[in-house]
Design a protein around this ligand. Structure first.
Ligand code: 0A1
Ligand code: ZN
Length: 860
């Protein structure tokens, strides 16, 4: 049970626990409905902290016994746990509790997924397993013994190194036993246990200093053929972290487990990473190129946490970005190295604008390091993760690559084994570079997306850039201070040659100017290259200048950005003035698409256009109320205009980018498929789906099959293929998720609620499974024109389902509430409709702490 009256927790109130743990021994007697957990913990007072009552967290535990130095003690129940009278001297704690994994539908703590036991302890799930100081600054060595009947749980795993493996135990009918010891002190949130009927895909890795590590990916029988790619990704990650950061793996084994029911993507538990099966299982027949790339990145992310998160962890949950921002930054570097740097950068900026900007520009805006929360699970956000990574990118840009490396070496050396703060992190950079980073720290404490406006001036051979920065007020922060903004700038001449290579201008003042002397002709600036800071750039430039940059910019990011801005301005002028698509855009894009010297993946990105919700956000920021129907119409019209304008070259692009031979998810063939499929989308507008039908019939991998099906649905010629797809894949959960998603994505705006509602009646709509719920409801929320349809039917449908899911799985419900975060952008009628649904949710009796916090922040 969560507390009835939600409490707000503040960073400023941080206090240490008051005791130190030497070691923890846990015994689990597994049972689906009555698991016994016995804990033996050695505590000693932290003599620097004298005044703390001895408090242990605990939630929903059936208490069996608790002893201090062998004597049964009385528990005083307090908010979130118990207090116990203990001696102010070292003592032994021994407790036994009973928990019910089968009834645990929230998927926090110990729960069951398809007959398999598994855990999720971040952020505060360990308190649902036993009494414990469930806070990241309490680090201890764990020894774990797992017992069960061998019948259903032949494999039983925990963190660290196995001392005794259940699967080696042949002495039936003795109880099945595994024993694991983790030599590295860790906070409870990194604890993990898995038990079930699992099979392993195994391999080995020899580390830089010669340690041999046994690697296993554990899956349900039948999924063995989907592990090979993940294993390769793991080995590449291990090698990369040695080569680039000098970080060696530190245990004899590394286990990954795939589970079907999981709230998030994956979890970095020490030596035993647990993955949502959608983020690790892959095969060419069932996974798209996008899935492969994402899986590679998530495996790397979780692996990289072993140093940035596990060896060095967070003092408290306000410091979450310390591990997440850094680890996202590291996984982005990895993907850029494995694949294409510009393509990765563009993908990341697209994601930032799609997910973080709306968060930072709406009622959920919060600093990268928040200052208060009610439910920490609500702060695993795009701001903490993605903006947190951008902040590290800026730091690296400002200090330079060598200094960044020096600072990271110092960070690992100084803080290994500690639970740290953002202050520790900044200090490392200050100490290794002699820079004062006081103002830079505002990136961690000040919320909102800064606006940067630039004006150009050219007189007497001198070219000047005049910058202004400002930030809108955000919840709880009315006054904003100027931040340190690294703006990467290069200058081109009229022929498109670079006359000033990329230079970092450091904005620190509200207004600041920079001059470039000795330019006999007026140069063309390329500003914010590589998206050097997470800001909104306001630049008063015309279409012909953008077209020039689209054709000539030597910075691949800004070249793409020029095309993107042309597309955006074209769309905005159709939405606002009913204008036809902009010819500069169509002509510039055409030239670029025909340039076969450019990476196909890059050209595929060029073919994209701003999403409908991005356009709504831009309009809103400009003070215009977005009309979802008009945005939808303009977006479709631009796609049709592209199809017509490129009709002659599309078949050639499509044909030239077919990939022959065995499927490979590598960047090069995947890039070709991306370009061919982008072309297919437009071709379908011209041929009514004939090419797509042929591709569907011949497709021998999921990338081709799904893009063909998607095109067919666009052309309203997909009914037969949709049925065939279902019949082919009905036994593969992950593919059926795609089948659900696709139908929601392709519904007409006015039919969205009805289509979605029909899908929720499908026998396979297993709504308690987070992946399935998201595949339908997440897509409903992502369908801009349909979700915001004037009828309000989608608002009501989503609210119905959030109300239904909340008592079962608060975390997934709360995350999905963010669908409503933009509700105040829209017109009065829509605000009334959405507002009524928010009110209805808020008024539900016994709403979870997670959902209640989200809804009250969104309502404002
Ligand atoms: N730390 C994980 C993500 C994660 C966060 C919270 C969870 O439950 C509340 C589960 C997983 C990561 O960054 O990969
Ligand atoms: Zn992470």
């Amino acid at each position: 049970m969560k507390d009835a009256a939600p409490q707000t927790i503040y960073l400023k109130d941080y206090k240490p626990f008051g005791w130190i743990i030497d070691d923890v021994h846990l015994t689990f007697r597994l049972h689906p409905t009555a698991t016994r957990v016995i804990s033996r913990i050695r505590f000693r007072p932290d003599y620097d902290v004298h005044d703390r009552p001895f408090m242990l967290h605990g939630e929903g535990l059936k208490h069996i016994s608790a002893k201090v130095d062998g004597h049964e003690v009385e528990l005083h129940h307090v908010n979130g746990g118990i207090e116990v009278d203990v001696p102010h001297a070292p003592f032994n704690w021994e407790a036994e509790v009973e928990i019910n994994p089968e009834a645990n539908t929230a998927l926090e703590g110990l729960y069951m997924s398809n007959g398999m036991y598994c855990t999720q302890c971040e952020a505060e799930g360990f308190r649902k397993i036993t009494w414990y100081p469930d806070r990241p600054d309490v680090m201890a060595q764990f020894t774990v013994r797992i017992e069960s009947d061998a019948e259903h749980t032949p494999v039983m795993l925990s963190n660290g190194n196995g001392l005794y493996y259940a699967q080696d135990n042949t002495q039936s009918p003795a109880p099945n036993i595994s024993i694991y010891q983790d030599p590295w002190p860790k906070p409870a949130y990194l604890f993990a246990l898995v038990a079930g009927d699992l099979v392993a895909h195994e391999d080995k890795f020899t580390t830089m200093f010669g340690r041999e590590v046994d690697l296993s990916i554990w899956v349900r029988p039948g999924d063995e053929h989907k592990c090979a790619f993940g294993m390769e990704a793991l080995k590449k990650s291990m090698k990369w972290d040695e080569d680039v950061y000098g970080r060696e793996y530190d245990l004899d084994e590394f286990n990954i487990v795939a589970v079907d029911d999981f709230n998030m993507g994956a979890m970095e538990n020490k030596g035993l990473n647990i993955f949502n099966s959608s983020c690790v299982l892959a095969s060419p027949e069932t996974s798209t190129d996008g899935n492969f790339e994402r899986i590679e990145a998530i495996i790397a992310h979780e692996y990289f946490h072993n140093w940035t998160g596990n060896r060095i962890t967070c003092r408290d949950w306000f410091q979450l970005c310390l591990k997440e921002g850094l680890t996202v930054f590291r996984d982005a570097q990895f993907t850029a190295d494995m694949r294409s740097e510009p393509v990765k950068r563009i993908d990341d900026v697209l994601a930032l604008r799609a997910r973080q900007f709306p968060e930072d520009q709406g009622p959920l805006s919060h600093p990268v390091r928040p200052e208060s929360f009610q439910e920490i699970n609500n702060f695993y956000t795009a701001t903490v993760y993605e903006k947190g990574a951008e902040v590290i990118g800026m730091l690296k840009t400002l200090v330079g690559d060598d200094a960044y490396k020096k600072a990271l070496d110092l960070y690992f050396e100084r803080h290994d084994g500690q639970a740290c703060t953002i202050e520790d992190w900044i200090q490392v950079f200050e100490d290794s570079t002699d820079r004062d980073l006081g103002q830079f720290k505002l990136w961690y404490t000040q919320s909102g997306t800064p606006n940067v406006t630039v004006r150009e001036e050219y007189t007497d051979d001198t070219f000047s850039l005049h910058f202004k920065q400002s930030s809108e007020p955000t919840p709880g922060q009315n006054k904003k201070l100027p931040q340190v903004i690294p703006v990467a700038v290069g200058l081109l001449n009229d022929n498109g040659e670079e006359v000033v290579p990329t230079k970092i201008l450091e904005l620190t003042e509200p207004e600041q100017s920079f001059s470039f002397e000795g330019h006999a002709t007026r140069p063309v600036p390329s500003i914010l290259r590589g998206f050097s800071a997470p800001v909104v750039l306001h630049q008063d430039i015309d279409n012909s200048r953008r077209a020039f940059l689209l054709a000539n910019d030597t910075d691949p990011f800004n070249r793409w950005e020029a095309g993107r801005m042309l597309a955006r301005d074209s769309l905005l002028s159709s939405i606002r003035e009913g204008n036809a698509p902009n010819s500069d855009y169509l002509v510039g894009l055409r030239t670029l698409l025909g340039d076969t010297s450019l990476d196909p993946a890059y050209r595929a990105l060029m073919m994209g256009q701003p999403s409908q919700s991005e356009l709504a956000g831009v309009l809103h920021q400009a003070g215009v109320t977005p009309d979802p129907a008009a945005i939808h119409a303009a977006s479709e019209a631009l796609r049709s205009a592209k199809a017509e304008a490129f009709a002659d070259i599309l078949p050639e692009i499509y044909a030239a980018n077919q990939v022959s031979g065995a499927y490979s998810p590598d960047a090069e063939p995947a890039g070709k498929r991306a370009l061919a499929n982008a072309a297919l989308g437009l071709i379908t507008k011209l041929d009514g789906g004939a090419t797509a039908a042929t591709q569907y019939a011949k497709a021998n991998n999921m990338t081709l099959q799904l893009s063909a099906l998607s095109a067919l649905l666009d052309a309203e010629a997909g009914d037969e293929a949709l049925q065939a797809f279902y019949d082919q894949w009905r036994d593969d959960r992950l593919v059926i998720d795609k089948w659900f998603s696709l139908q929601v994505m392709h519904a007409k705006p006015e039919a969205l609620a009805k289509t979605t509602s029909r899908l929720t009646n499908h026998l396979d709509f297993d709504w308690k499974n987070p992946n399935r719920f998201r595949s339908v409801m997440g897509m409903l929320a992502a369908h801009h024109a349909g979700f915001h349809h004037e009828s309000g039917a989608s608002y009501a449908l989503l609210a119905d389902w959030l109300i239904k899911l909340d008592p079962v799985n608060p975390q997934t419900t709360a995350r999905m509430c963010s669908a409503f975060q933009t509700w105040k952008r829209y017109d009065e009628d829509r605000q009334k409709l959405a507002g009524a649904q928010l009110k209805r949710i808020a008024e539900q009796p016994n709403l979870s702490r997670d959902t209640s916090e989200m809804i009250s922040r969104i309502r404002g």
